[in-house]
Every structure is written in C-alpha cells, then in structure tokens.
Ligand binder design. Sequence first.
Ligand code: F6R
Length: 368
Amino acid sequence: MGAGISIDDIYSLVSPKAKLLDSSGMLIHALSMPKYLSESIVRYKEDVSKLTLPDPSTFDGVVISGMGGSFISGLFLQDLASDRSSKAIILNRDVRLPRFIDEKKLLVAVSYSGNTEETLRIYLEGLRRNIPVVAVTSGGELAAVSEKLGKPVIRLPPGIPPRAAFPHLTAAIAALTSSVLGLDLLGELRRAIDELAKREDSVLSDGLALSRLLFSDVQNNLTPLIYGYSPYLSPAYRFKTQINENSKIHAFFGELPEANHNEIMGWNGVLKSFTVVFVRGREEPKYMEARIEFLENLFDKNNIRFYNLHGNCETRACELLSLIMKADVASIALALLLGVDPTPVDTITQLKKFLDSKIGFSLHREIN
Ligand code: F6R
C-alpha cells in the first residue's frame, strides 16, 4: 500500500497500539481491496461463464437481495450503472419480494455466510415463484440448498467478515449482471483499479485525517451523520454502516436532496449533537452543489462541525471505490483510536442466535 510504506508504518500512523488491537487485520482487508477486486474479476468472470443461465436478453432487469455487508455491493452497482442501463436494477432488503418481480428478472440472492434468514426467505420465494435465481455466498444453507437443487451458485472464499468481502461480492454480482444490464462492468472495474493505484496515497491520507477529526468529535459526544447523494450513495451509506460495525458507535445516513425537505429543520432544535460528513464526487451537479452550500452556511451559523470527503478520480467507478476505501479506512482507524477491535460484531451474532432459537428458519426444511 502506497510507495514505500509498510503496513506496520500505517498502523503506527494510527496509534502505537493499533496493530495489536486490529487482531484480525480489518485495516489490511480495507487496504487490499484493489488486489482482491482484481483477482475476483478474473475468477468470477470464469465462474459465471460456467453457469447455465437464461439468455440475458430475456431479462428486463435484475433484483439484488441481501442484508448488511451483503447489501452494499448492490447499492454500489446501482450507483455505477442505473443511469446508463435501460434495464432495471432493483435492490431488496425485505423478507418478501414485491409482486411485480417475475421471471423476466434475474434474482441475485446475496448472503456472504449463506445463513441470513431474510435472504434465505427471498431465495425460497424466488424458487416458489419460478424467478430465475442465482445464489452468491461462501457457504451455509444457501450454498447447500442451491447445490442440492442444481441451481446456480457463485462460491465466495470463506472466513472473511462479510463487510470485508466487498470486493469479492462486488465482482461476483457485476459478473452476473453485466450482460443483462448491457454494460462491461468488469472492464470498468478493472480500469478503475488501475486509476486507483495512482491515488493510493490520498486514499490513506484522507481516510486517516478524517478518522482523527471524527475521533475528536466523538470524544465530544458528537454522533457522525453522513450525507450522500446519487450516484455516490453507496460510499455514504457504507461509511455509516462501517462506523456502526467497525467503530461500534451510532452513526446516521441522510440522503440529499430529500433530507433538505425534512431533516434540515432539526438544525433549529435542541438535538443537534452531530458531526457531519458530506460524501462528494466529481459528477456533483450544480443543483446539488447549491444545496450543500446552503447546508454549509447553516452549519457555520449554528457551530455544527462538518467535513467533505471527496473521491478525486476521473471515472465514476474509481471515485466510488476510492470513496469506499477512504470510508473504510476512516471507520477502522476511528475504531482503533477508540481502543476498539474493528472485527467482532457480537450483538449481530447474538441477534442471529436468538432468532435461530426463536424462529429457527431452515431453507432445507422449507424445500423438503
Ligand atoms: C458483518 C456484516 C453484517 C452481515 C449481515 C448479513 O461483517 O457486515 O452486516 O453482512 O448480518 O449477513 P450475511 O452477509 O452473512 O448475509
């Protein structure tokens, strides 16, 4: 990462105890994103070519269904492609599929672990409604049932925290959906990786600088509030969720321009202990620039702290990847500054165990 700078040097830039705290190497995962993405592009292109899928021209859209770390790659692809493809990109985070989803949609059921109830229920509904469905997973019930039924499945490498599997998930979903969407998404990602390589230093320095600012604000009891807008929603939303899971603190996400029609009133009230980050890209339209300028003036008047996180690449794919890397680095370094190991997500694990004992949903049982 970065010319002449070792991972040990990077950890010591964060704090003297950072390396020890990051026992499962979450920072290494984040900084290795371009490498994993580049390997995954080759791997999943080949894996997808071996699947038996309906002719892409028979589809009028794709549905990408997944939760948490398995959701974000769908949002990334929507940011990247939805204004350039004539086919619909529908994201689903519910346990049910909307009625209009039919056999003309390719349903991609994404669960890194393969055991997430919401995604298993969607997979089942897809099967029952004869919607062509592909599983993207590292194992669990999703892999076992797909294989048992002879349904297509893309296997991800095991043993990675789902949110750190972003490059694998993204390449797999891009490989599956490119031909339906009529775009060379894998080619775009490959070129973005080359572009990103020239900007590695700014990814690291911007991410670390932001982590220090947020650390100081969090110590002053300010809660991060991340604002984003299309086509940069995925890095903004990713930033919020990565702060939640890595740094183990509350953080919230607001979408512009909608937040200007409701949330904006909150700055007049008594609950405004937030520190704001605007996630911004090169394709920012004038109408958005003006809206952010208004907010910045409002924040200045009300002594609200705010920062801008920029992508600084030529292409949209590179901007999205660089923003996601900066957000990942900032959230992990924030965790380490707070003295928190970024990897474990104990409460999510406890919830899943509780749901298992309470509901005990089993895809195996449902298909038998
Ligand atoms: C953990 C994480 C979570 C999971 C989510 C869904 O690293 O990121 O947000 O991604 O609980 O689980 P999976 O991805 O296994 O379907």
